[in-house]
Every structure is written in C-alpha cells, then in structure tokens.
Design a protein around this ligand. Structure first.
Ligand code: DAH
Length: 442
C-alpha cells in the first residue's frame, strides 16, 4: 500500500476520463449502485469494472488470507485491552464504502487543494460522493456516535499504478483509542491532558497549532509523550504477535493532516524496509468537532494486503481475489495463528505487448494522466492485466508531437493465455484509447 496522504506531489492538470467506451456510466445522468441512484457530473470517474469489486467483503470470507490476518489483529486488540473481562474495542467491519467528501476529507482536516482529493487518485461517483480512499473516512462519524475505542475494517479504493503489489481495491484496518484524564493519568492525578490556557469546553476560542513538531499546542507534553509510548508499544506488540519476537522494525516521522505528531512503522522484510502503517495523535479539532472534547486519542491505519502477502509469502496481490480452490483451501479452516506458507498452484506464462501512441496536440507527455489510461486498460482487460508500465516518452524533433509507450503485461492466474487471445484484447485497448483520449496509435 502506498500511504497517500503524505504525498506532496504538485497537482498537475487533471484530465477527466471521457468514459465513452463500453458500458461506462458517464453518459447516464444517474448511476444506480445497489438500491440507490446517484446523480453523475463531471467528477464521475468510477467504472463498471471498479463497481464490480463492491460487496465482495473478502476480509470477512473464511477462506481468504485477508480474513485470517484481520482475525489475528482483532484478537490481539481484544486480548490486550479488556475491562472486567470484556473487550474495550468495538469492531465495525461492514460499513458501506460509499462516503461523502466530507467524511473522506473535510472531517479529517484535509485541505481543499490537497493532492489526495484529485480525480486522478480517487474513484468519484460525483463531486461530493466517492468510494472511500481510506478507512479513516469513518473516524468522525463513529466518534460522533459516542464511541471511544474502535476498529474500522473494510475495502478502500484508489486509482494507482498496476503491478504485483497494487490493486485499485485493498483492505485496511483503522483504529482510534481515546482516553480521558482519569484514565491516562490514573497514577498521576496532578498531570493534565490540556495546557492551562486551553479551554476544552469551547474549542473555537482556542486556535490549536501544530507548529511545534513534538505536540499540538493544546496538549501537554506529558500527555502527548505518554500516548506516544502507549501507541508505539501497542503497535510493536501487534507486529510481534504477527511476525514473531525477532522482527526488525523502525519508526519514521511522518505527516498526516489528521494527526500530530505522526509516524510510520516499517518492518525489515526480505532485505528491505517495508512500510506497514501510519499513526499519530488525533488532531484535537477532530475530537472537539465530533464530541469528546475532554480526551486525547491516538489512531492508526494499516493495509491488510501487505501484511498477508508478507506473512504467507503470497507473490501477487490479485491472488487475494482468486476463486481457485487450490488457492482458497490453503487458508480454509485454519487456526488463525497457523504458520501458512503459500504454495503456488501453478505458474502460467506472461505475455507482454507494447502500445505506443501520439498524443493529440492539446495534450503533452507531462499532463497526460497515466491513471486514466490504467483504468481504461483494466476496464477492458480485467484481471488478466498483471502490470502496465510507462516504458518511454518521446517528443518528435521535427513535428514536436508527443508520444508515450506503455508495456502491458498479461497473465491469467489460472490458465495459459494464447498470444491470439492477448492480441485481440490488446487491439480492443488500442481502439478504446484512440476514442477516449483522441490519440493516434503508432
Ligand atoms: N489513512 C492513512 C492512509 O490510508 C493511514 C493513517 C494514518 C490512518 C494515520 C490513521 C492515522 O488513522 O492516524 O494512508
């Protein structure tokens, strides 16, 4: 998973996908999803292929590796935090992935011009409704409902590159743990969560600042540090519970609009540092707006695919969607803590075809949105698309025409593809690209 909200990329011009290929919804005024009609507008970029991934709930399917990892993590949180024998965390794992821009961004203090809002990065149903890009989208509504310790688990959707570790749908666990002064400082009643000049009953009279890297201006250093220690210990405990006592890890300072201070946790896996989660102390504005304005909270979010791939040595993210019994039985009826190493069912060969085109004169190699192209490729090729790589950019010295070349790698996970079959799909992609982006195939 690529953590998207620290992305400082400058927004380039975002071109809208002209969904005039196949059965894409753009031409309709409304879009029916489940029982509900949504109006469409010039933000609509969700495709039929992406809609087909909704409601699968892989994280709740007993024979799916994502469900095994989910259960291990939930068990860890249940057993680590009990109050008189009852778990103190509640779990929400069945919330609709269709959310408002308020839930996904505004409630989390994500600025209007933040790159994570771009059409090129999210699947919008219309300008105010999208498929959640992270489970943090539900944080404020659950706080508002009066919850203090909870896990939010589900599918999230992001437009991204295509390779063995990226898929437009993946699964996250997000968590919040809040504490009031009596809980946090049970042993030290003389210590406080808030600085003296902060008036928690009226958050609007006090402007919280994050200029100091060590803490939010409303919080005391003691409260921040104690929360940081608890947060880090809980997460390291979780990683050891999953990967064993000897797992090597490191903390990296990070930035998220909704926490301060913030960190990322990396583990050393197959000779590389791999980032597995983001976390931090929840911005007090979020808590105050949602209700509990006398407490401090920490939060974190992690990607289940990455953990499952590392734990069970699963080489390709698309396998999470496999319906092949040879795959699923390896995870069926297993003790959640079982040490499972995935055995490849069989490896079928890849086919790679290149696709080069000239861009129309009003477009350039710097403004063309590759994510638009990736979605088109996936819409037509479906799950046999293993990878799409930008191979070459070229400006013709005389005509000054711009050209791009992409390599498309095709592989079926369950059978051998013939070259003729691949060529047919490749041709369809060429035709759709010509129509949609006004390009000329070279
Ligand atoms: N929502 C972030 C992402 O998807 C991850 C994250 C970071 C979640 C910090 C949190 C948090 O709850 O506190 O990239």
């Amino acid at each position: 998973m690529k953590i998207l909200f620290k992305n400082k990329r400058i927004l380039t011009k975002i071109t809208f996908i002209k969904n005039n290929y196949s059965t894409a919804p753009k031409s309709l005024a409304t879009l029916r999803i489940g029982e509900k009609d949504y109006r469409t507008d010039d933000y609509t970029n969700i495709t039929p292929k992406i809609l087909s991934y909704l409601n699968h709930n892989l994280h709740l399917k007993n024979d799916n590796p994502l469900s095994l990892v989910r259960r291990r993590i939930v068990n860890y949180f249940y057993s680590s935090f009990t109050h008189r024998g009852n778990p103190t965390f509640s779990v929400y794992d069945n919330m609709s992935p269709i959310v408002s821009t308020k839930q996904n961004f505004d409630d989390l203090l994500i600025p209007d011009d933040h790159p994570s809002r771009a059409k090129s990065d999210c699947y919008y149903i219309n300008s105010t409704t999208l498929l959640r890009a992270h489970m943090t989208a539900h944080q404020s509504e659950l706080l508002r409902a009066g919850l203090d310790n909870f896990l939010m688990i589900g599918d999230v959707y992001r437009r991204d590159e295509i390779d063995s570790t990226h898929f437009p749908v993946f699964h996250q666990i997000d968590a919040v743990r809040t504490q009031r002064k009596e809980q946090l400082f049970e042993q030290h009643p003389d210590l406080h969560i808030f600085e003296k000049n902060f008036e928690p009953t009226n958050p609007h009279t006090f402007k919280n600042s994050i200029a100091d890297p060590t803490k939010q201006s409303c919080h005391t250093l003691e409260a921040t540090k104690l929360m940081e220690v608890q947060l880090k210990n809980h997460l390291i405990g979780m990683v050891r519970h999953l990967f064993g006592e000897d797992i090597k890890y490191r903390w990296v300072e990070a930035y998220f609009p909704f926490t301060h201070p913030s960190w990322e946790l990396e583990i050393f896996y197959e000779n590389n540092w791999m980032e597995i989660l983001g976390c931090g102390i929840v911005r007090n504005e979020i808590l105050a707006n949602a209700g509990p304005n006398n407490s401090i909270a920490y939060a974190f979010g992690l990607g289940l695919e990455r953990l499952a791939m590392a734990l069970y040595k699963i080489p390709d993210i698309r396998l999470m969607w496999s319906k092949d019994s040879g795959f699923l039985t390896q995870f069926q009826n297993k003790n959640v803590n079982a040490n499972i190493v995935y055995k490849p069912v069989s490896i079928y060969p890849q086919c790679t075809n290149d696709l080069s085109f000239w861009l129309p004169s009003n477009s350039s190699i710097d403004t063309f949105t590759s994510n638009d192209f990736y979605d088109l490729v996936r819409d037509i090729g479906g799950d046999i698309i293993e990878q799409v790589k930008l191979k070459d950019k070229f400006i013709h010295p005389k005509t000054k025409k711009h050209s791009l070349c992409y390599s498309i790698v095709y592989r079926h996970l369950e059978r051998t593809l013939t070259q003729a079959e691949v060529n047919k799909i490749h041709k369809e992609i060429e035709e759709a690209a010509t129509k949609t982006f006004n390009v000329v195939i070279r």
